[in-house]
Design a binder for this molecule. Structure first.
Ligand code: HEC
Length: 211
């Protein structure tokens, strides 16, 4: 009995949600629409669907009024908020890793720094630039012609990031810390105007001479 009761309760809910007509009433509900033998019953729209539809209309009006007329939400605001937040994160990262963002590289001229730079040059860079910077696989570093550009900041950048792809000059930022790169860049500049044993012919269209 209980099962039947439950069943009828369930059926009543379904009925109130669908307002479906009882079977057997087709004759009363039949409209005179007839399309190639397909006939139409005059059923009402099921309430579950109809109220869902009303709710979407209500939400649509509410949303349009709020967003379009009162400007409660603007994509541009969201974008600007995101940009501000990202910039703040970049600043935090920069502060946490100052060594990665050294932009104010200055030429070092003190003997100690140049000796450290020379040591790096004579153990690492000589393979391609020769011990006196005269050039081999890599260009001559003692003349005033540059492929990638002269000046402490540019040379520091070349040493850090490497030359053009496939040319053989790798990025040294993983090998040497910023101070060491600054020292070796300064040492490279100090080589300008010296007389290497076997100078390689000048390469590069950029002319830069140290002051
Ligand atoms: C494996 C060979 C190789 C090694 C090792 C090497 N270089 Fe180079 N270097 C090159 C080549 C090749 C170029 C030219 C890159 C280009 O044409 O883009 C170059 C270019 C350069 C330039 C730019 C020259 C210009 O005319 O603009 C500088 C400065 C330089 N190297 C410094 C160094 C320093 C400092 C080291 C050591 C830390 C070093 N190189 C180690 C091969 C090397």
């Amino acid at each position: 009995m209980t099962t039947n009761k439950n069943q009828s309760f369930f059926k009543r809910i379904i009925k109130s949600l669908t307002k479906a007509n009882d079977l057997g009433k087709e004759a009363e509900l039949l409209t005179d629409h007839d399309y190639d033998g397909i006939k139409e019953l005059d059923n009402v729209l099921p309430p579950w669907w109809l109220y869902g539809f009303y709710i979407t209309i209500a939400i649509g009006i509410f949303y349009t009024t709020k967003v379009v007329y009162f400007g409660a939400y603007k994509q541009a605001d969201e974008l600007n908020a995101d940009i501000t937040e990202s910039n703040a994160q970049v600043e935090i990262y920069k502060n946490e890793h100052p060594e990665l963002f050294k932009t104010d590289v200055v030429l070092l001229t003190d003997a100690e720094s140049l000796t450290s730079g020379k040591k790096i040059f004579e153990t690492t860079c000589l393979a391609c630039h020769m011990i006196d910077g005269g050039g081999g696989i890599g260009p001559n570093l003692t003349d005033d012609h540059w492929i990638l550009g002269g000046g402490i900041e540019t040379i520091y950048h070349t040493i850090s990031e490497g030359g053009r792809p496939g040319k053989g000059m790798i990025a040294w930022k993983a090998t040497f810390n910023p101070e060491e790169r600054q020292q070796v860049a300064s040492y490279v500049i100090s080589l300008q105007g010296t007389k290497p044993a076997n100078p390689k012919a000048s390469e590069g269209d950029i002319v830069w001479t140290k002051q």
